[in-house]
Design a protein around this ligand. Structure first.
Ligand SMILES: Cc1cc2nc3c(=O)[nH]c(=O)nc-3n(C[C@H](O)[C@H](O)[C@H](O)COP(=O)(O)O)c2cc1C
Length: 401
C-alpha cells in the first residue's frame, strides 16, 4: 500500500463562529484519515458552537483557543507552529474572520496565526447569502485572493436561516480536493500539464437513447486525482455526468460523444506534456441520430441501425506529447495491446483483462500489464485504481524527465 496522500503534511485548521462549525469536525477527521497532522485553532465564537474537546479528541492535540492563557505552551509556540504548517485552512470562515484576515486584525487566534504563517492559506467562507454578497465581504475576499489566498467558494443552497442562496460551506470533498491540490503544487509533476480522458462515450441513436459501454470513468478520474496531487495542471475530459464529481483543482471538460471528445482532446493537448486516454471511446456510432424518438411501429419487428467508424483519437493526436493508452481486452490481452501501442504511436499502454472481476469496468481495483514502446513489459499486481494511477504516472514522469 502506498502512503496516505497527506502523510507528512501539517495543516493548521482555523475554525470560526459559523453555524457550519460542526462540519469542521468531520473535515478534521477526514484530513487525519488522509494522513495529515492537524492543529486546530478556534475563535471564541467557534468554541460556542462546538466544544474544543471535540477537536482535541480527534487530533489528540490541545486546541488553540486562547493565545493568552498562561498555562498554554501551544499558545506561546504559535509562531513555531505556524511555521511548520504546510497549509492554513480556515473552514468555516465567517464574514468577521474574513475581515480580520483581510485587514490583519490579530485579535483572534486564527488571525494571529495567519500573521505568522507563510504556508498557503485556503479560506472556506460560510455565511448568509446577503453577508456573502455584501460589497465589504467581497472586497475582503478579493484582497485576500490578491495576496495569494485560495478561496473555496460557498455553495448555493438552503441556509441556516431557511433562506436559499449562496453561502453554504463548500462540500467537504471540494475543500479536501483543494487542500490536496494546493499541497501538491510542489510535487514531482509540478509544472507539467497532463490531459486525461475518462468514461465511456455516448453515441446518440435518437433524442432519448444512446449506445455506450461499461466504462465507469473511475480509472481516468483516479489518474486525474493522482496527477493533481503530484502538482500537475490537469485537464480531465470526461463523459461521466454529475453527480460523479471530478477532483477539485482539476480543469474538467464534460463531453458525450467520441467526436466531442476528439475535439476537446485536440484543443487540450496544445502545450501539454502528456495525454493519458483512459476513456473507452466507442469504435462505432450511428450514422445519423434519428431526429425524433424511434417508435416500435415497423411491421417485421426488426430495427436496423447503420453504424460508422469513429475516429481513432489517440492516433489522430500529432502534438509532441507522451501518449498513454489503455487496452481493455477480453482475449489475447497482450498481443492486442501491443498491436494497439504500435498503431497509435504510444509511449506506454496499460493492458487489462476486463473479464476478471478485480480488473474490470466499475471495479475499484485494476490489474494492468504495462507495455512500453521499448518492448519492456511490467505485470503489476492487483491494486486500487489510485495506485495504478500513481504507477502509470511514475512511468510518465520518467519519460518526461
Ligand atoms: C446562531 C449563529 C450563527 C451564526 N452563523 C454565522 C455564519 O454562518 N457565518 C458568519 O459569518 N457569521 C455567523 N454568525 C455571526 C458570528 O458568529 C459573529 O460575527 C462572530 O463575531 C464571529 O466571530 P469569529 O469570526 O471570531 O468567529 C452567527 C451567529 C450566530 C449567533
Amino acid at each position: 500500500m502506498s502512503r496516505p496522500p497527506l502523510s507528512g503534511k501539517t495543516i493548521v485548521l482555523g475554525v470560526s463562529g459559523s453555524i457550519a462549525a460542526y462540519k469542521a469536525a468531520e473535515l478534521t477527521s477526514r484530513l487525519l484519515q488522509l494522513g495529515a497532522a492537524v492543529q486546530v485553532a478556534m475563535t471564541p465564537a467557534a468554541a460556542r458552537f462546538v466544544a474544543p474537546l471535540t477537536f482535541q479528541s480527534l487530533t489528540h492535540r490541545p486546541v488553540i483557543t486562547d493565545l493568552f492563557a498562561p498555562t498554554s505552551d501551544i499558545a506561546v509556540d504559535h509562531v513555531a507552529l505556524a511555521q511548520q504548517a504546510d497549509a492554513f485552512v480556515v473552514a468555516p470562515a465567517t464574514a468577521n474572520t474574513v475581515a480580520a484576515l483581510a485587514h490583519w486584525l490579530a485579535g483572534n487566534p486564527g488571525a494571529t496565526l495567519a500573521l505568522s504563517v507563510s504556508a498557503p492559506m485556503i479560506l472556506c467562507p460560510a455565511m448568509e447569502h446577503n453577508m456573502f454578497d455584501h460589497p465589504a465581504t467581497q472586497a475582503n475576499l478579493a484582497l485576500l485572493k490578491q495576496r495569494g489566498a485560495v478561496i473555496v467558494e460557498p455553495e448555493e443552497g438552503r441556509l441556516a436561516s431557511g433562506l436559499v442562496g449562496k453561502g453554504r460551506l463548500a462540500d467537504l470533498d471540494v475543500i479536501i480536493g483543494t487542500v490536496r491540490h494546493v499541497l501538491g503544487l510542489s510535487g514531482d509533476l509540478a509544472g507539467r500539464r497532463i490531459v486525461v480522458t475518462a468514461g465511456g462515450t455516448r453515441e446518440p441513436v435518437d433524442p432519448v437513447r444512446f449506445i455506450t459501454n461499461r466504462s465507469s470513468g473511475k480509472m481516468g478520474h483516479a489518474i486525474a486525482e493522482a496527477a493533481r496531487d503530484r502538482g500537475a495542471r490537469v485537464t480531465l475530459i470526461t463523459t461521466t455526468p454529475p453527480p460523479v464529481q471530478a477532483a477539485a483543482g482539476v480543469d474538467v471538460r464534460r463531453v458525450a460523444t467520441a467526436l466531442e471528445m476528439q475535439a476537446a482532446v485536440a484543443e487540450a493537448v496544445r502545450g501539454a506534456d502528456a495525454l493519458i486516454m483512459a476513456a473507452a471511446v466507442a469504435d462505432y456510432r450511428p450514422a445519423a441520430a434519428a431526429p425524433q424518438k424511434i417508435k416500435k411501429r415497423n411491421a417485421d419487428g426488426v430495427l436496423e441501425l447503420q453504424l460508422v467508424r469513429n475516429p481513432d483519437i489517440l492516433a489522430s493526436v500529432d502534438a509532441p506529447v507522451v501518449k498513454v493508452g489503455f487496452a481493455a481486452e477480453t482475449e489475447n490481452v497482450l498481443e492486442n495491446a501491443r498491436a494497439k501501442l504500435l498503431e497509435k504511436g504510444l509511449a506506454i499502454i496499460a493492458a487489462n483483462d476486463v473479464t476478471a472481476p478485480d480488473s474490470g469496468f466499475d471495479a475499484d481495483t485494476n490489474r494492468v500489464t504495462i507495455i512500453h514502446a521499448s518492448g519492456d513489459v511490467e505485470a503489476l499486481p492487483t491494486m486500487p485504481k489510485i495506485e495504478v494511477a500513481h504507477a502509470l504516472l511514475d512511468r510518465v514522469k520518467a519519460l518526461l524527465d
